[in-house]
Each structure stands twice: as C-alpha cells, then as structure tokens.
Design a protein around this ligand. Structure first.
Ligand SMILES: [Fe+2]
Ligand SMILES: [Fe+2]
Length: 291
C-alpha cells in the first residue's frame, strides 16, 4: 500500500522556480545534476537528457556521481558512460574512494573531480576546465569539513583551486557538505568571484535557490537524482529498520519513484549568473521500470 502511494506520488511537471527564470537572456546555460544514486539514478539522468537538452539547451551538463555505483562510489565504466552521454564533468564527494578501481582513473581523467580539499596524497584532483561553444568553464569540487572526512579546509583550499581556473569565463563550485551553515557561508564567501556555488550531499533539495547580490547563483542543496520513495536513496524499510533496531542493516538502493533533481543557471556575463532555476522532474514515462 505504502509502496503504491509512493510510486504514484510523482506529479509530472512539478518544478520549483526561483528568480528570473522567465528570462532567457543567457548565452551560457549550465545544468548541474544532483547526486546520481545507483543504476536507477543513472538511468533517470540518461533518459531525461533528451528532454533536458530540448527544453533548456544547456551549454554544459555537470553531474555529481558519488553514489552511482550501487549507491556508493563510482567505477571507470560508469564514469565513461556518463562522459559518453555528453556529461562535461563529474564531481564526487565523501564516497569517492569506495571503489578501488576508480583510483587510477581519478588521476588519468581530467573531467572527474574529487574534492580539492582532500589531501594532496589522495588519488585524483579537484579542479578542471572544460570548453564548449568557445566558452571555458572551470569546475571546482569541495568537501565540507563538518561531519565529513576532508583533510584540509574548504575555505582555504578554494583559493589555489580558483587560481587554477583563473582563465575561465565561468566557474561553478560543487560544495559537497553535510552542514547547511558551511554551504551558505561558502556561497557568501565566493559571491561575485564565481558563477555558481551549488551544494550537494544531503540528497534533499532546498528551497533557497537565488542569485546573491554579487551575481553568484547559489543553492544549499540541489538534491539527488534517484528514488524519492526511499530514505535519501536507500530502501526505506531498511533505513527504518536500522533506525528502529540500532543494529547494522545491509542497505540497497530503492527503486521507488525516481526523480531527476538539478539546477539550471543562465548567464550572460563572465562569472555572473542571471538566474538559477530548480529542475525537479520524475523519470520520463515509458521507460522500463525496476522494483
Ligand atoms: Fe551523495
Ligand atoms: Fe556525499
């Protein structure tokens, strides 16, 4: 019964819109997609991409992929699949190192990022520059320091990270953090210096998308691309059992009510956003369904 309610809870076309979404003055449009959770999150993104490209014609599509491999981490095969589908860069977070096979890939592939404020000795890098239609976009991945394991401060390490992409017309920062305070503070800290600061990690979208006074688009959390019928991606009965019993429970990714959660940022001036719009939509109808 509960399963059925959740499965039919998806209201097509529901979307949150913030500030200036009616205008389309931007020559650069950046779509940032929240944490892809499991195979269902990956399929939801891939099936949504044609609709998103038609509706928004994004110049760049960036996605957080830290939960794409069965809910935890990412593999080279899955990263390759995203890049082949036209994803311009992949950001990660606290689940970066769950799959050992990704370690050499993180060093070799410029377009996949782990937080820049991890230790230098850890595999991978936290900054990249991608180019499309003559526009250079710098992408920076950071981790919060509250309740997450990041070896260095996001607030100090953002400076060398920004220096690496000083030539870019636009810069987006994925601030992967548990605490809303750290994300809000990073938004204000970088206002006027980058195009966008977007929060990830909590898998729950926040209702505070806006362009800050200095011109930086900001949202505390983009949300996830995955099953809304679970508990931040996990089968809800397993999450509830763990909380009820306080005993270890093996978690699996829920298949109930997958949605895509993203933000679209429109820009017409370097390092400034005209608008930020939440894109919250159910997995397109007609696709094969899993339980
Ligand atoms: Fe996540
Ligand atoms: Fe995370």
């Amino acid at each position: 019964m509960a399963e059925k309610q959740a499965a039919t809870g998806a209201e097509p076309g529901a979307a949150g819109v913030a500030e200036g979404s009616g205008q389309d003055s931007g020559r650069m449009r950046l779509l940032f997609v929240g944490d892809l959770v499991g195979g269902i999150g990956r399929r939801t993104l891939l099936e949504s991409l044609p609709v998103l490209r038609e509706r928004f014609a994004p110049t760049f599509v960036i996605a957080n992929g830290e939960n794409i491999a069965g809910g935890l981490g990412i593999t080279p095969k899955l990263a390759d699949e995203l890049i082949s589908a036209g994803i311009d860069a992949i950001t990660l977070g606290n689940h970066t190192y769950r799959r050992r096979e990704i370690y050499p890939y993180l060093d070799a592939e410029p377009r996949i990022l782990r937080p820049a404020n991890f230790l230098r000795s850890q595999p991978g890098h936290g900054v990249c520059m991608v180019e499309r239609d003559g526009v250079r976009l710098g992408v920076v991945n950071l981790s919060g320091n509250l309740h997450l394991r990041a070896g260095r401060s996001a607030f100090t390490e953002i400076e060398p990270a920004l220096a690496e992409v000083a030539e870019a017309e636009h810069i987006i920062v994925d601030m992967h953090a548990e605490a809303t305070s750290e994300k809000v503070a990073m938004g204000w800290h970088l206002d006027g210096r980058v195009t966008a600061v977007v929060g990830t990690h909590t898998h729950v979208p926040t209702a505070d998308a806006r362009v800050l006074p200095g011109g930086t688009a900001y949202i505390t959390d983009v949300g996830m691309t995955g099953p809304r019928g679970g508990v931040i991606g996990v089968k809800r009965e397993q999450a509830i059992e763990a909380l009820l019993t306080q005993m270890p429970v093996r978690f699996e990714t829920s298949g109930v009510d997958p949605w895509l959660m993203a933000v679209l940022i429109r820009c017409s001036r370097p390092l400034r956003a005209d608008s930020i719009e939440q894109v919250l939509m159910p997995r397109p109808p007609g696709a094969a369904r899993e339980g």
